[in-house]
Design a protein around this ligand. Sequence first.
Ligand code: CTP
Ligand code: MG
Length: 230
Amino acid sequence: MVVALVPAAGHGERFGSTTPKQFLPLNGVPVLIRTLQRLCQLPDIAAVVVAVPAAWLEFSRQLCQQYGFGSTVRLVIGGEERQDSVARALQTEEVSEAEFVVIHDAVRPFAPAELFQRVLQAARQHGAAVPGLPPTETVKETTPEGFVRQTLPRERLRLIQTPQAFRRELLQRAYDAALQHHLRATDDAALVEALGHPVAIIEGVPENLKITHPLDWALAELLAHIEEQR
Ligand code: CTP
Ligand code: MG
């Protein structure tokens, strides 16, 4: 059994809108709802746990009701950082019964079903799996003084996306260890890596846009438009 966790409790500092980006309507449908619609169409997912900001809990509840997710989606209050939000979602009853957990950012509404299927398949085989794409630009490591320390070999680098999938027991162990050793990470796989457990990388999908900066909104509108033409 697979449970999906959706961190949706950020405030979107870089995006800069008063309403957090995950609640903004994208061609009429809120970003979070678009993501949930994708997730809930997958045959493998038994339950969905969504972490939202405390101040948006009631709004989120109403939104889920309105779009028919009232009974399938469990809402929890998120934390200070993404990691805290996922940690809270991990504590729910739904998760304790799962064999696999798939974690997907609320602000990636265009991840195709086949990507979820491939990442889950790899997680069944390896315990942990993430999608990644090679960077299109040259990546350099910097010094604190603002100089180049080194140019990194691009063939080996990957820009990592969600969905990320894990054996539930492994992910829980990683989160427990992070709590104990005060580890902070920007993705879930990094905590599994810290355990020394291998994480498989599968091929990511370019249209799996993460809405981060204001410019991303224009692309998201275009992608939503193209999708609706199909
Ligand atoms: N997230 C979360 N809890 C947090 C911070 C982030 O659940 N405390 C979620 C966001 O809502 C988003 C996903 O994690 O769906 C990826 O985060 P990001 O794109 O960084 O969103 P924000 O943290 O909201 O944006 P920013 O970093 O620009 O403030
Ligand atoms: Mg953030």
